[in-house]
Design a protein around this ligand. Structure first.
Ligand code: GDP
Length: 186
């Protein structure tokens, strides 16, 4: 078997979860990161998602958890501590799992209600990385995923269990387009 052709598929395989209230922009962030585009997605099950409890299988084995809120909707921020952080505490099986708090929709600066300082403070409380971004303008979107993955790569306990492939420059085909990093480790 030609092992080099298998390894060309990917360098590392990580399980990342993206959580947060409906409408905060989770799908848009993913789309923005993976396809360099932003489509105005129509919210589907708006209002229901926060009541849905993810089962433990979603969390099992995840190396990274991205907690997203909308900087223009305060309840999406408070729900992260009231609902989502508790769920992580209940179900996350990986103690070393890297968490990242993401404040999305910073393009709507004049509608902002959650300050950057509040985001930083909450991230510090729960020991998360923190970044503010916009799926629409793509500001800091690539940075968000890169910071998280780099931190995972920097955590030996998370590199066990078959996540490793052949190590090479994982961002060589997709160089960082943003130098306005706002992420930090608390
Ligand atoms: P999800 O339910 O968390 O997956 O959220 P969606 O990705 O479906 O986004 C909900 C709505 O917010 C959609 O109408 C998106 O077009 C819009 N949206 C998502 N991200 C942004 C952003 O960064 N800026 C603006 N202005 N709108 C966004």
């Amino acid at each position: 078997m030609d092992s080099s052709s298998n390894q060309a598929e990917f360098d590392y395989l990580f399980k990342l979860l993206m959580i947060g209230d409906s409408g905060v922009g989770k799908s848009s962030l993913l789309l923005s990161f993976t396809s360099d585009t932003f489509e105005d997605l129509s919210p589907t099950i708006a209002g229901q998602e926060r009541f849905r409890t993810l089962t433990s299988s979603y969390y099992r084995g995840a190396q990274g958890i991205i907690m997203v809120y909308d900087v223009t909707r305060r309840e999406t921020f408070t729900n992260l501590s009231d609902v989502w952080a508790k769920e992580i505490g209940l179900y996350s099986t990986n103690q070393d799992c890297i968490k990242m708090l993401v404040g999305n929709k910073v393009d709507k600066e004049n509608e902002r209600v959650v300050t950057r300082k509040e985001g930083i403070n909450f991230a510090r409380e729960c020991g998360c990385l923190f970044i503010e971004c916009s799926a629409k303008t793509r500001v800091n979107v690539q940075q968000c995923f890169e910071e998280l993955v780099l931190k995972i790569l920097d955590t030996p306990a998370l590199l066990a269990d078959g996540s490793k492939g052949v190590k090479k420059n994982i961002f060589e085909e997709n160089p960082s387009q943003s130098d306005t990093s706002t992420s930090s480790c608390c």
